[in-house]
Design a protein around this ligand. Structure first.
Ligand code: NCD
Length: 312
């Protein structure tokens, strides 16, 4: 049986193109499973998974939880707001306490970049990074590239522009790595203040003119402005941001070709994209959400099979 080259999913940076293809093939199978009348399979019946969310989340947490339940895993949920972290406990202590209750896998969202990598060096369980600060969000990039493959047949050779707040976005970084590993060309577009200085080192070009960027691309991934990560003002006003970097129907229809519009959610309707764009047939936003469950089932299944092999 084919298996992943890693024991944890900490970032797209650490996995290979073959890992991504294996996750996609496995997700194809699970996508078929979740469209059946009986959506559950017994694959992870003897596995216990802890979802540790030290930062707010709605769709990612729900998506992981649904994926885990569809695989028949035992699931425990933990969110920082109601935990002893507030009493001053360290991350390793918190997680070791949970692991001593015989937890096999940890899905973790944390505000600090590198939190997953750090934890993987100190604990025995398999770790899935569900977003670490402004660093990586690997399952989001997997579901995004999987959704491009589903809509356009392939990711290789495609041109993708990521628009908006690149500086604070873990979705942007993970997408850049995944798209490039799969053979796509990536550009970024946004206010100069929200483009990181090191971007050219990642082999990514910057296009500051949104119309030019959209006319170049096959797919536009519209990111949310991450106000919660901003300590200073990066652009004059939301209205000006929308005028320069927002997409409305008029702009979409005036392009040379029909492009695919993506958004990781949560959408600020009327800021990054208008309601008409979000609900148009060119947008694949709800496909992304649906594919998220199949992708997460695939990741959990493939990592769990490595734990089982190790124990055998
Ligand atoms: C993203 C995240 O949390 O990084 N959302 C998500 O996972 N669905 C993007 C965002 O918050 O804008």
């Amino acid at each position: 049986m084919k298996e992943l080259s890693v024991n944890h999913l900490l970032g797209i940076k650490y996995i290979t193109e073959s890992d991504i293809q294996l996750i996609f093939e496995t997700a194809d199978h699970f996508k078929e499973v979740i469209n059946r009348p009986i959506k559950k399979v017994p694959s992870l019946r003897d596995i216990t998974i802890a979802n540790l969310f030290f930062e707010n989340s709605t769709r990612t947490r729900l998506s992981f939880e649904i994926a885990e339940k569809r695989l028949s895993a035992d699931v425990v949920n933990f969110s920082a707001a109601s935990s002893s972290v507030k009493k001053g406990e360290t991350l390793i202590d918190t997680v070791n306490n949970i692991l001593s209750m015989k937890v096999d896998m940890v899905v973790m969202r944390h505000p600090n970049p590198g939190a997953g990598v750090f934890l993987s060096k100190h604990i025995g369980a398999s770790i899935v990074n569900a977003g670490d600060g402004a660093h990586e969000h690997p399952t989001q990039a997997l579901l995004d590239t999987y959704s491009i493959r589903e809509r356009l047949g392939d990711v290789a050779g495609k041109k993708v522009v990521i628009v908006g707040d690149i500086l604070h976005s873990r979705v942007a970084l993970s997408n850049i790595f995944a798209l490039q590993k799969l053979g796509a060309t990536v550009k970024v577009c946004g206010p100069k203040t929200l483009i990181p200085k090191y971007i050219d080192k990642l082999g990514v070009e910057v296009e500051t003119n949104l119309r030019k960027a959209l006319n170049w691309c096959d797919v536009a991934n519209m990111l949310r402005v991450q106000n919660e990560r901003m300590d200073i003002s990066y652009f004059p006003s939301t209205r000006e941001y929308t005028q320069q970097f927002g997409v409305n129907m008029e702009l979409l229809e005036s392009l040379d070709k029909e492009i695919v519009v993506m958004h990781p959610g949560p959408i600020n309707r009327g800021v990054e994209i208008t309601t008409e764009v979000a609900d148009s047939s060119q947008a694949i936003i709800l496909d992304q959400v649906q594919n998220g469950v199949a992708i997460r089932m695939a990741v959990l299944y493939l990592l769990a099979s490595k734990i089982k092999n190790y124990e055998d």
